[in-house]
Write a protein that binds this ligand. Sequence first.
Ligand code: SAH
Length: 246
Amino acid sequence: MKKTTKRTIRTDGSGRKRASKTLGFHILTIFPGMFSSYLGESLFARAKESGIITVALHDLRDFTEDRHNKVDDRPFGGGPGMVLKIQPIWAAFRAVMRGITKKRTRKPRVRTILFSARGEAFDAHTARRLAKYDHLVLVCGRYEGVDERVAEHIADEEISIGNYVLSGGEIPALVLMEAVSRHVPGFIGKEESLEEVNGSFPTYTRPESFAPDPKKRSRWKVPPVLLSGNHKKISEWRESHRGRTL
Ligand code: SAH
């Protein structure tokens, strides 16, 4: 029988939701500084504080074995650019895995992801699937890419966040972390956002009539049905303006 992980939600003294299970992100990167500002604000800051998620940044330079802390080298066979070396990635991965498996009674569910422009396209389905793991190890490429042996021997899957080439896996890691975290109970106030349940519809807030240029008479107005107070009509309007369900 398939084992399921129990994920009960309890409330702490402050009334904030607390998850009994934590999702741990372990990021392997040569630019750990890129993450702190984004992850230090808003929902991520709150989720870290309440223990819903943990984030561990691992600087690949700390795992090099040569005097110059070299994380990259020239590609075999020639060609432009540099390639991230296997050795620091393997050393960092092993250190992460040692930390994860230490003093655990239950075997944690770990998934290792390599960001790659050639990977499987990331979507809502993948985000939901990955939220079920206990730990996600995220390997961020740079330069011309990563020694292919990372994909062959270390990563469980390769993920692309879209059909374009970025300069590194750091933004893809943040995109994945945000989309996945939203499916961890307690990360957002409600279990799922309206978009995730029903597909999104347009929303407006005050003022009802906005003057973009005070010297002119033209106004940007809210559709009158939304101001009507007629809930049946409002639902019908939203239904007819709804986007696709994810
Ligand atoms: N030469 C490589 C691109 C290297 S870009 C190729 O053709 O695939 C450097 C790094 O940025 C990659 O190793 C990957 O980790 C990351 N990256 C670039 N574009 C990405 C995308 N669309 N999705 C996920 N990661 C991407």
